[in-house]
Write a new protein. Structure first.
Lengths: 240, 63
């Protein structure tokens, strides 16, 4: 297991596999950060229920763009220009959850509740990782605190819809059904060889299956607490 | 290690954009109940800025 701590100035001296994995994960992370705003700015910013909600959507997008900026800077410093993800249509995103369009306030709520929560899990993978510039970005309290803010906003909003009962509850259940499996899939294949290499090089802390199970335990408890039904975790999955 | 050529320019541009959106939001929130014109203008500004980023015409940002 690799445990050296690598600064940017030493990056070129590292194993080519280490360099490839860093470049790959930074490009994917940058894409995911900008992928969120691309899902909801177009339809949700102008149509959120109140003006305060519209401002919250704008601030959320700005914070995600700042996370993109930080990942793009890390990628750029190791020679990877990730500006191509800024012009990608949603259908081309690395991660399937970002390939659609969010058009309802319920979906925006559940996206925060379930998908931004995966974002928090992914960022936590890099805490104390061997590539110090990346570890420093995620250990700066801003990025994870902002992600937690998005998760909490979405969770509280989803709980409010559920508590209303009737059609509101049905609509939020439908959104949970849609995003739940996408969230589970975001952790990737449980048998992923690449995931093992990330762990070998000290770039991730948990195997995909372990992170997914911890996430599932957390969200299942919250879904039940809201009085909603936990969707079938195997229905419509791309990865297991 | 040589950085990708656009790295610093992109970082600077994104910082400016993010500050502009956050400033618009922060200036509007205290007026949610008492000044709809200020709030509407802030939302309009945010939308205009964010739409440009979402369009992703990066080459135009630096031309």
């Amino acid at each position: 297991m690799f445990s050296d701590k690598i600064e940017l100035k030493d990056f070129e001296k590292t194993d080519p596999e280490y360099q490839d994995l860093i470049r790959r994960v930074l490009a994917i992370q940058a894409d995911c950060e900008i992928g969120g705003p691309n899902l909801y700015v177009k339809d949700i910013l102008p149509n959120a229920p109140t003006k305060l909600d519209q401002l919250i959507v704008a601030r959320t997008a700005a914070e995600e763009m700042d996370h993109f900026r930080k990942m793009a800077k890390l990628a750029g410093d190791v020679g990877v220009d990730v500006t191509y993800v800024l012009s990608w249509p949603n259908q081309k995103r690395y991660v399937e959850a970002f390939r659609g369009q969010i058009t309802t306030w319920e979906d925006f709520a559940v996206f925060g509740f379930l998908v931004d929560r995966v974002g928090r899990f992914q960022l936590e993978e890099f805490l104390d990782c061997t590539y110090l510039p990346l570890a420093r970005v995620v250990e700066d309290p801003d990025i994870i605190q902002e992600e937690i803010g998005h998760v909490d906003f979405g969770t509280n909003l989803a709980a409010e819809f559920a508590a209303k009962g009737g059609e509101a509850k049905e609509r939020i259940q439908k959104a949970v059904d849609y995003w739940y499996v996408k969230g589970l899939d975001m952790f990737g294949n449980s048998q992923s060889k690449r995931s093992e290499r990330y762990m070998f090089w000290g770039l991730k802390r948990r195997p995909n299956a372990v992170a997914r199970q911890q996430y599932k335990d957390e969200v299942d408890a919250l879904i039940k607490k809201m009085g909603l039904t936990v969707p079938d975790p195997n229905k419509g999955r791309l990865y297991t | 290690m040589e950085a990708a050529p656009i790295t610093q320019a992109l970082d600077d541009h994104m910082k400016d954009v993010i500050v502009a959106v956050k400033r618009a939001v922060s200036s509007a929130i205290p007026h949610i109940k008492d000044d709809p014109k200020v709030v509407d203008k802030a939302i309009e500004d945010c939308k205009e800025i964010l739409d440009l980023v979402m369009e992703g015409n990066v080459s135009e940002w630096f031309s």
